[in-house]
Design a protein around this ligand. Structure first.
Ligand SMILES: Cc1cc2nc3c(=O)[nH]c(=O)nc-3n(C[C@H](O)[C@H](O)[C@H](O)COP(=O)(O)OP(=O)(O)OC[C@H]3O[C@@H](n4cnc5c(N)ncnc54)[C@H](O)[C@@H]3O)c2cc1C
Ligand code: SF4
Length: 479
């Protein structure tokens, strides 16, 4: 604890009732921020500059981590921020929500020698948040606008990163999105307690102020066709993400109060953004005072259980068919959920949803882990006669996402997809089976991570620039 923090505690003990509550909060925030900043500086100087930057190798963006840690340790934060931005369009977002334990921090040499990782993510957040606070992050100034335009479908991290990179080069950019706000899963999927919405909004505002045009509430395939976009723009990027929820079709599936994860999370995020959400206000999608059961073991399931805790649920249980060791979600998130009081029922599967109109309980069967399947993970098998019932006022299915049928939605059967429904691209050119149409992010990889979507968006920008330059050259030659 810093000296200033101790002083605050003393003052607080001396005259607790006389002090104005807001003033105390302000004091605390100031001291807490200073404490965090000091921690970040202290952490930056822990980097041994080992010369074998495994952290950098295992960061999908290959961020120059050792160099910005060094700059941060020397308090050269503006230079550190510029360096962080040279490889990443949203360092403060990644700093907050990357699963660092599996990426940069998990490969820190200090961590591997048993001394605890340098907290790279929180330093990345600290550097970039400081840059925002100090006004160092400014809209792009385009020296010369190029008379070629790119239409981007999807305002998630892949679309936004691609838009920014192409705008830097001078292209005219329009982003179309079916939601009313840009940000994709950053705005309506990931909860505010992991990624505050103002962090996303200030990024999208920066892009608007940089001359990128946003066309919201416009679903391609319904409100505008891909063909129309192709006529308006010189190149197209599809960055539509994956949204079709995987289901479990069990007896009782049609009972009320059984929701897919995104419906529950979107309502909560919209509420936090100040929207009027009838289904939340009338209690349907609000976990307050309810027994909540979440089925699934990934990060989306963790977001659902932790959101339910914050809505003051009576109890929150998570059913997962394998054991803790085999959970697909981040270990850090499971730890957080456990600490917040979520009860995990490992090796369990729902068998039947029970209730009269509304769900009231779930029949659950216990599982054992059998022989490994084709993925190498042990296959869960039901244990006969192990059924038991748990109370449930709300059941949330968080079993992952598949791509929507994009060729059908876009009315373009020539758009080739993989057997999983993800869009096929040529990985050299990032082009789809349709000339001049590119794709990036989850719609190519399947459900993944923000940092990978940013990487794909940046690579798509390089590929689109190449394509447009070649197109322009051919036009000039023909003239
Ligand atoms: C609940 C949840 C929590 C997550 N937590 C994390 C986390 O902590 N860390 C992490 O790294 N990753 C996390 N992820 C994954 C991460 O959010 C995604 O990998 C990432 O957002 C993918 O980016 P994207 O740009 O490809 O797609 P998205 O972010 O999904 O954006 C796609 C955009 O396309 C728009 N769109 C779709 N179809 C159309 C159409 N036909 N016309 C117009 N617009 C369209 C959508 O409205 C959306 O805005 C989480 C995902 C979920 C669901
Ligand atoms: S982008 Fe993610 S993986 Fe890369 S340094 Fe930042 S937190 Fe680590």
């Amino acid at each position: 604890m810093t000296e200033k923090m101790l002083k605050f505690v003393d003052l607080n003990l001396e005259t607790p009732k006389k002090r104005d509550a807001n003033k105390r909060l302000d004091d605390f925030k100031e001291i807490y921020d200073e404490f965090i900043n000091e921690k970040a500086k202290e952490q930056s100087s822990r980097c041994s500059q080992c010369g074998v930057p495994f952290c950098q190798v295992h960061c999908p963006l290959h961020n120059n981590i050792p160099d910005w840690l060094k700059l941060a340790a020397e308090n050269r934060l503006q230079e550190a921020s510029e360096l962080a931005h040279s490889t990443n369009n949203m360092p403060e977002v990644c700093g907050r929500i990357c699963p660092q334990d599996r990426l940069c921090e998990g490969n820190c040499v200090i961590e591997q020698s048993g001394h605890g990782t340098v907290t790279i993510g929180s330093i990345e957040k600290y550097i970039t948040d400081t840059a925002w606070e100090k006004g160092w992050i400014k809209p792009l100034k385009i020296p010369r606008e190029i008379n070629q335009s790119v239409g981007i479908i999807g305002a998630g991290p892949a679309g936004l990163a691609c838009a920014e990179e192409l705008r830097k080069l001078g292209y005219k950019i329009t982003i179309y999105d079916r939601y009313d706000r840009p940000g994709g899963l950053l705005i309506y999927g990931i909860p505010n307690f992991k990624l505050e919405k103002f962090v996303v909004e200030r990024r999208t505002k920066l892009l608007k102020d940089s001359g990128i045009k946003f066309v919201q509430n416009t679903e391609i395939g319904r409100d505008k066709s891909l063909k129309e976009l192709k006529e308006i723009h010189d190149a197209i990027l599809i960055a539509t993400g994956v949204y079709k929820p995987r289901g479990v079709n069990l007896p009782g599936n049609n009972l009320n109060n059984i929701f897919p994860a995104m419906e529950f999370l979107t309502a909560s995020n919209r509420k936090g953004l100040g929207d009027k959400i009838e289904k939340f206000d009338n209690g349907t999608l609000n976990a307050e005072n309810k027994h909540v059961v979440v089925v699934g073991g990934g990060d989306t399931a963790m977001d659902c259980v932790r959101t339910a805790v914050r809505q003051n649920a009576k109890s929150v249980k998570c059913l997962y068919r394998r054991d803790k060791k085999n959970m697909p979600g981040s270990a850090r998130e499971v730890f957080n959920a456990e600490e917040e009081g979520v009860e995990f029922i490992w090796q369990s599967n729902p068998k039947k949803f029970i209730g009269n109109e509304k769900i009231s309980s779930v029949l659950v069967e216990k599982m054992k882990l059998g022989e490994p399947d084709s993925s190498g993970r042990k296959r869960p098998e039901p244990i006969k006669g192990s059924d038991f019932e748990i109370e449930a006022d709300i059941l949330i299915k968080a079993l992952g996402f598949d791509p929507e049928d994009i060729p059908y939605l876009f009315k373009n059967p020539n758009l080739q997809v993989s057997k999983w429904g993800t869009i096929k691209i040529n990985f050299q050119s990032m082009e789809t089976s349709i000339e001049g149409v590119f794709a990036a992010g989850d719609i190519v990889r399947g459900a993944s991570l923000v940092v990978w979507a940013i990487k794909d968006g940046r690579e798509a920008a390089i590929a689109i620039d190449k394509h447009l330059k070649f197109k322009q050259l051919k036009k000039t030659e023909a003239a």
